[in-house]
Design a protein around this ligand. Structure first.
Ligand code: ATP
Length: 249
């Protein structure tokens, strides 16, 4: 294991009956890096996030985080170790305010390690306020999450994932359905996380202009396996990638 590697995945496989949603997949993510993941519908992108975040256990293979084997740990334990994710679907508490959503996520997503003079409640409040500021949601703090416009809802979902101060952030199609100005608002938040918090990011996205601008490296999945891995510029040089992915999007 290289100390450079924050995450290392070896031979990861998830079988649903005869179908392998993830098929003997190996890759790594370096500290501070942004890895983009692309691929056609059904390629196994979300399944990979489900495996990395402990939503579902793998059939075979290993997941190492900071050199420690986290394979088979549950979602809560993995979140407390420092891996957070967003979901494609709206996964917020609709009848709670924006601020309360963030406090709830801070409370349950953070490891329960007592800091003298700082209760978990107070820590959650401080972290929620930090995220309101970072995401530009301060003016929406008291709005019910269910009543948010689409951009602010996306920002809240990102906020819920980063409020626990993850070392590794997994973003599942964070900018899909947004217009270019809205995409730039989200990208600015991600750049801030990377540059000022040193957050390592893995991002699944179909919006290629965003991916090529933001990701240091891109991995393309097809039938659960790695079809290509390289810089954004290398994608167009691989005829298979052009055929199965770029050609259809
Ligand atoms: P999309 O871009 O459409 O979100 P994806 O690349 O994220 O696609 P996955 O959602 O990971 O793809 O699905 C990969 C394959 O695994 C698909 O064929 C899907 O039908 C299958 N699959 C995912 N979850 C399950 C499950 N719980 N039971 C059975 N099959 C599943």
């Amino acid at each position: 294991h290289s100390p450079q590697h924050l995450l290392e995945v070896r031979g990861l496989t998830k079988a649903y009956g005869a179908m392998k949603a993830t098929n003997d997949l190996s890759f790594h993510v370096d500290r501070g890096e942004v890895l983009g993941i692309g691929g056609p519908n059904g390629a196994g992108k979300t399944t990979l996030f489900d495996l990395l975040s402990g939503v579902t256990p793998p059939t075979a293979g290993r997941i190492l985080f900071e050199g420690a084997d986290i394979t088979g740990l549950g979602a809560s334990a993995i979140c407390h170790l420092g891996i957070s994710r967003t979901f494609q679907l709206n996964a917020v508490f609709n009848s709670q305010t924006v601020a309360d959503n963030l406090k709830t996520c801070a409370y349950f997503g953070s490891e329960k390690r007592l800091v003298p003079g700082l209760s978990y409640d107070r820590r959650s409040e401080i972290r929620a306020a930090e995220v309101l500021d970072l995401t530009g949601l301060t003016d929406y703090a008291d709005v019910m999450a269910g009543a948010l416009p689409v951009l602010q809802l996306k920002l809240l979902m990102i906020g819920c994932a980063i409020v626990s101060h993850p070392k590794l952030l997994l973003l599942d199609e964070p900018v899909g359905g947004l217009n270019p100005a809205e995409i730039e608002t989200c990208a600015a938040v991600f750049r801030q996380l990377r540059d000022f918090r040193g957050t390592t990011i893995v991002v699944i996205e179909h919006v290629m202009s965003f991916m090529t601008a933001f990701a240091d490296r891109i991995m393309i999945l097809h039938h659960g396996a790695k079809l290509h891995e390289g810089t954004a510029g290398s994608l167009a040089d691989n005829p298979e990638v052009v055929d199965v992915f770029l050609g259809v999007s």
